[in-house]
Design a protein around this ligand. Sequence first.
Ligand SMILES: CC(C)(COP(=O)(O)OP(=O)(O)OC[C@H]1O[C@@H](n2cnc3c(N)ncnc32)[C@H](O)[C@@H]1OP(=O)(O)O)[C@@H](O)C(=O)NCCC(=O)NCCS
Length: 205
Amino acid sequence: MNDLPRTDFSVKPTLIGEEVLLRPFLLDQDAPVLRSILRDPEVGRLTGSDHGPADPEPWNEAAEERMHVWYGTRHEQSDRLDLAVVERATGSCVGEAVLNQWDSDNRSCSFRIALAVAGQGRGLGTEAVRLTVGYGFERLGLHRISLGVFAFNPRARRAYEKAGFVVEGVRRDVLLYDGAWVDDIVMSILAPEWERHRGHPEAAQ
Ligand SMILES: CC(C)(COP(=O)(O)OP(=O)(O)OC[C@H]1O[C@@H](n2cnc3c(N)ncnc32)[C@H](O)[C@@H]1OP(=O)(O)O)[C@@H](O)C(=O)NCCC(=O)NCCS
């Protein structure tokens, strides 16, 4: 991937890994899984979009419409990259991986990812992180990619660490979930680090 020419965020690539591939959304195929992620209270807890069991997001026609508009317009975005994570063995979408909050002057971006339950805990997330981050550095020319992970999400933190993100600080009491304050751990990865280990820091040590 690193020998290919630089591109920009208006291009929506397909990135092929061993277990997963990342591609633009195909709403006809992907909607059931995307809907299940948006409706899953545990994903809502882990991503900070829910504030507790007493804060259910009602799923109704308006929510369905919002989902269709959102995923139906991701290919039009020229300042961010939203891709479906697809399990190659089944051809099914298992979630999404996103580079957003692009700061062009400082060549930085944020990263986020969410997989449905069926895709979790099998290494697919780590591979999707590596594919997205690698594309960000090698094709989009980014220098820094950062993210926040809540302290109650050690699985995500571990997946990010496996792909090369390092902890750079803690934003205290960022989330109020079910009456308790939760810290947000800030992690980042820089282009020279990626250059050194290409998403496999433990193998490079
Ligand atoms: C976070 C997410 C992308 C990770 O992807 P994944 O495919 O489930 O994770 P992987 O299987 O690639 O890796 C998980 C790692 O965490 C480890 N792990 C799992 N539970 C853990 C826990 N409670 N504490 C510490 N490590 C844990 C696993 O053992 C594995 O590490 P290993 O390979 O060294 O054994 C995915 O679980 C997800 O989308 N979850 C729901 C939404 C979410 O949390 N999004 C991120 C918000 S910041």
